[in-house]
Write a new protein. Structure first.
Length: 164
């Protein structure tokens, strides 16, 4: 009986050390990551916003790759190819393995932001500075959202920086 109780205690504590899927939450105190308004950050931001202007409002379509409908990973893939000449993999899962992981407080324009909404969902967007990111939203198409939006903040998974 003593061994059964000990085993039960150990099993019940087994989940205590597991990491949640959204570690390193972005901006929990209302402050934004540092942003260099005059340097390279601003140049990257401007290029990404130019890309956004040509895609703004394009509807979301799972597997889509055109202005008739695009999904989030195709949008990021095309943004990096067209604006920086960088080849990204096609899927969100594969993009999440690119570059190096960065802390939410160290974000720079051009960093990829990854989210896990729901049990199997994956989503990717591109940080553009000033607490904003570009992405292809399933509900509103290509748009700009705030990283501190409660919806996005609760599903934040990781940020990655590419070397380009």
């Amino acid at each position: 009986m003593k061994y059964c109780m000990a085993l039960l205690c150990l099993l019940s504590l087994g989940g205590c050390g597991t990491q949640t899927y959204y570690d390193d939450p972005i901006i929990t105190d209302g402050t934004a990551p540092m942003f260099d308004e005059s340097g390279e950050d601003m140049a990257v931001r401007q290029r990404l916003l130019q890309h956004y202007q040509t895609w703004q409002g394009v509807p979301y379509r799972l597997g889509g790759t055109t202005k008739q409908g695009v999904d989030c990973s195709s949008f990021t893939q095309q943004a990096f190819q067209q604006q920086f000449g960088v080849q990204l993999p096609r899927t969100t899962a594969d993009q999440a393995a690119e570059g190096m992981r960065v802390a939410g407080r160290s974000l720079q324009p051009g960093d990829l932001l990854f989210y896990r909404p729901g049990a199997k969902g994956r989503h990717v967007g591109i940080y553009v500075g000033r607490g904003e990111f570009l992405h292809a939203s399933t509900s509103r198409g290509v748009m700009i959202s705030r990283v501190d939006n409660p919806y996005w903040r609760q599903y934040f998974w990781q940020a990655r920086r590419l070397d380009y």
